[in-house]
Design a protein around this ligand. Structure first.
Ligand SMILES: NC(=O)c1ccc[n+]([C@@H]2O[C@H](COP(=O)([O-])OP(=O)(O)OC[C@H]3O[C@@H](n4cnc5c(N)ncnc54)[C@H](OP(=O)(O)O)[C@@H]3O)[C@@H](O)[C@H]2O)c1
Length: 253
């Protein structure tokens, strides 16, 4: 095994990824499965199953599909039980499932929409981290990665509930790092703009250049470009990194 392979080694690790069926989660799932087993959890079971099948065919690793609504507190117990029943452990949780609905004006935001945004981006990651974090502490190791957004640092007018939920996630990361240390690490992986299904709402055909001109890299990220930072945080390469924010965002102004 080469030096870098050793540093970022995830051999035989079990990585649980919410929203692993599409977008950034799917990329991270493929990357993790090149070393160990993965659990793909999202609402659409067909998507989870087909992604799991593709991952197994490409990597030879085990990929388990699980249907769950991450915004529903009581569904997360089942996800954790099923994962431990199957693998006996979880080494890394990636709280990745999220949604960022846009709106024209603030009064268009209903209570239902506000609650759904907070439930998925903040409440679900809290509950899943609580359930798995305790077991990780008992096992003596683990890494939890919370996928946040640069919107939490620079909230645009059209994403305020989302930005607030992700800002809560940033704060939660630090608290969880204290709760689960010293054996378990918890970090925020902060994404900037990536070309996933989310970007379809951005009307990129019209002003691709202008939209990203203010980023240092002057472009949106391709989903595969999240992988390096995720592997860093999942593996022992980040053994002295916890409660922190790692930004993979193209350089926000
Ligand atoms: N793309 C960006 O530009 C960007 C920027 C900053 C931060 N982020 C963050 O990065 C993460 C991934 O974003 P993405 O762009 O990859 O999103 P995406 O392409 O829309 O994929 C979202 C994933 O989450 C799952 N999901 C959505 N709602 C769910 C729910 N209620 N319960 C369980 N799973 C759910 C989806 O599967 P199902 O539909 O089957 O449930 C899908 O697998 C999110 O947390 C997002 O906020 C993205």
């Amino acid at each position: 095994m080469g030096y870098a392979d050793q540093l970022f080694d995830l051999t035989d690790r079990v990585v649980l990824i919410t929203g692993g069926s599409r977008g950034l989660g799917r990329e991270m799932a493929f990357a993790a499965a090149h070393c160990g087993a993965v659990v793909i959890a999202s609402r659409n079971m067909d998507n989870c199953l087909s992604t799991a099948k593709e991952i197994e065919a490409e990597t030879g690793s085990t990929a388990m599909a699980y249907q769950v609504h991450v915004g529903r507190w009581d569904q997360l117990d089942g996800l954790v039980e099923a994962t431990y029943d199957r693998f006996g452990k979880v080494d890394t949780v990636i709280n990745n499932a999220g949604m960022s609905p846009l709106y024209e004006k603030l009064t268009d935001v209903t209570e239902k929409l506000f609650d759904a945004v907070v439930n998925l981006n903040l409440k679900g990651p809290f509950r899943l981290s609580a359930l798995v974090g305790e077991r990780m502490v008992a096992a003596g190791r683990g890494s939890i990665i919370n996928v946040s957004s640069t919107g939490s640092l620079r909230p645009g007018a059209d994403i305020i509930p989302y930005a607030a939920a992700k800002a809560g996630l940033n704060a939660m990361t630090e608290g969880l790092a204290r709760a689960f240390g010293p054996s378990v690490r918890v970090n925020t992986l902060m994404a900037g703009p990536y070309l996933t299904d989310v970007s379809k709402a951005w009307n990129l055909d019209q002003d691709q250049t202008n939209r990203f001109a203010q980023l240092s890299l002057q472009r949106a990220g391709n989903p595969s470009e999240i992988v390096g930072a995720a592997l860093f945080l999942a593996s022992d390469a980040s053994s002295f990194t916890t409660g922190s924010i790692v930004r993979a965002d193209g350089g926000i102004p």
